[in-house]
Design a binder for this molecule. Structure first.
Ligand code: F0G
Length: 422
């Protein structure tokens, strides 16, 4: 028998419909037919093992940090992020087979948790008391959470006024000391490296190789989810270049293991105003030249990326490409990803914007299998999202705005009807 609505006051039953209050005025609740059900069915739907192996990072421990004693593992657990296909997004990009791996579904809302669980566990192994990082926001949010869990003191250096509020609020809430640096992320990065040396802080930026080990699992888990069938392309937003480096390392190791044969091409996407890696790749030089970064995607507002040397090798070895996208392209791609119900923060949408640009240029073919990595959660940067939809984002002409409207109380239903017709 199908489920019913039942009044909590008089017990009257209804077929579930769009009326949610009983004739007697009582509230309705759903009641189901009693079933005989074996608990093993629900058990079998759970991840087969508890922590740490239920983590989408520690499941691959032997490939990440084999020697780490299990008692030192600090895990939430992280990973187990979903892969989405949305036709609106693939149509927008212009390829048939496009999926998005949503790293914004990690415990603190970004991929950083994958690297942080490994590096914070290692910090314990090293006997560290205080951990530190510079950040455009997500690293600080993640570090603060893992430091709190591990009972470590945390100190983060952020560019003053430059990080999204969702991220700042996380760092504050989790209890790390937050130091605002007058300047850019690159200044904060320089300062944290000096301070770490001078004060003996354990540095948790992606210059710490353990972070890269953890971030390799984005690739391990993605390919695992695909039955070890690699796509043609993996597209990733690029800032400090930790992910680009980690992805290449992961793929090389999987080939070495014999788990995959084909290596996907990696496309690293930078914001036009913060594209030193693009300039390096395009120019074919051997030295990255730093620059002053400017972009609405504050997560990747970086002019002197630390991991460029690893990353350029990855691009060359995977027959990859580096591309740039404008702020307007980033925000429009974000509006499409958001509007598909998936949602992401601005920097994440650079991957989708980049895929679209590469498809339009014929670099990505319409029948190729493409994975875009979404690096952060929609809720990280509410100012950018609301600013876009209300037309208040400086320098951006919103092409898909969805501004809130004020209720006209004098002719409510007429104005609501008008709104729904739009
Ligand atoms: N996307 C998001 C949401 C990020 O937070 C970052 C980096 C990137 C992409 C770039 O990744 O550095 O591996 O190339 N955020 C760092 C931070 C820099 O401090 O949170 P990358």
């Amino acid at each position: 028998m199908p489920s019913k609505f039942k009044c909590v006051r008089c017990g009257r039953e209804y077929e579930p419909g769009s009326v949610f209050r009983c004739d007697c005025g009582g509230l309705l609740e759903v009641v189901h037919e009693p079933v005989k059900w074996d608990r093993h069915v629900v058990d079998s739907r759970l991840c087969p093992m508890g922590a740490p192996y239920s983590s989408g990072v520690w499941r691959y421990k032997e490939l990440i940090h084999p020697g780490l004693p299990a008692r030192l593992i600090v895990t939430r657990p992280e990973g187990n992020t979903n892969v989405y296909h949305r036709s609106a997004v693939s149509e927008y990009v212009g390829v048939g087979r496009l999926t998005m791996k949503h790293e914004g579904e990690n415990p603190t809302g970004s991929f950083k948790d994958r690297g942080m669980t490994v590096a914070v566990s290692e910090a314990l192994r090293q006997g560290a008391k205080t951990v530190a990082c510079a950040s455009t926001g997500n690293t600080s949010a993640s570090m603060a959470a893992y430091a709190a869990q591990a009972d470590l003191k945390g100190i983060v250096f952020i560019p003053e006024g430059e990080i999204a509020y969702g991220k700042l609020s996380q760092a504050l809430a989790y209890g790390s000391k937050v130091v605002q640096v007058p300047g850019s992320f690159d200044d904060a990065m320089r300062i944290v490296q000096e301070a770490s040396k001078e004060l003996g802080l354990y540095l948790l930026n992606s210059i710490n190789p353990w972070r890269i080990e953890g971030q390799k699992t984005i690739i391990f888990e993605l390919l695992h989810q695909r039955g070890w069938e690699p796509p043609d392309w993996i597209i990733v937003p690029a800032g400090n270049l930790g992910n680009t480096s980690a992805f290449g390392k992961a793929l090389a190791e999987l080939v070495e293991l014999g788990w995959i044969e084909k290596v996907p091409r990696i496309a690293s996407i930078q914001a036009e105003g913060a594209a030193p890696f693009y300039k390096l790749w395009k120019g074919g030089g051997e030295e990255l030249e730093s620059l002053h970064p400017e972009t609405v995607a504050t997560a990747i507002k970086i002019g002197n990326p630390v991991s460029w040397e690893k990353a350029i090798r990855v691009i060359r070895e995977t027959d990859g490409v580096v591309e740039v996208v404008s702020d307007a392209e980033i925000m429009e791609a974000k509006a499409v990803v958001d509007g598909s119900g998936v949602g992401c923060e601005p920097a994440s949408a650079a991957s989708v914007a980049g895929a679209r640009k590469l498809a339009a240029a014929g670099v990505i073919k319409p029948d190729e299998d493409v994975v875009c990595v979404l690096t952060g959660n929609l809720l990280k940067d509410p100012d950018a999202t609301v600013g876009y939809h209300t037309g208040k984002l400086k320098g951006i002409q919103a092409r898909r705005p969805n501004a809130p409207t004020r209720l006209d109380t004098t002719s409510m239903s007429a104005s609501l009807r008008r709104l729904l017709r739009e």
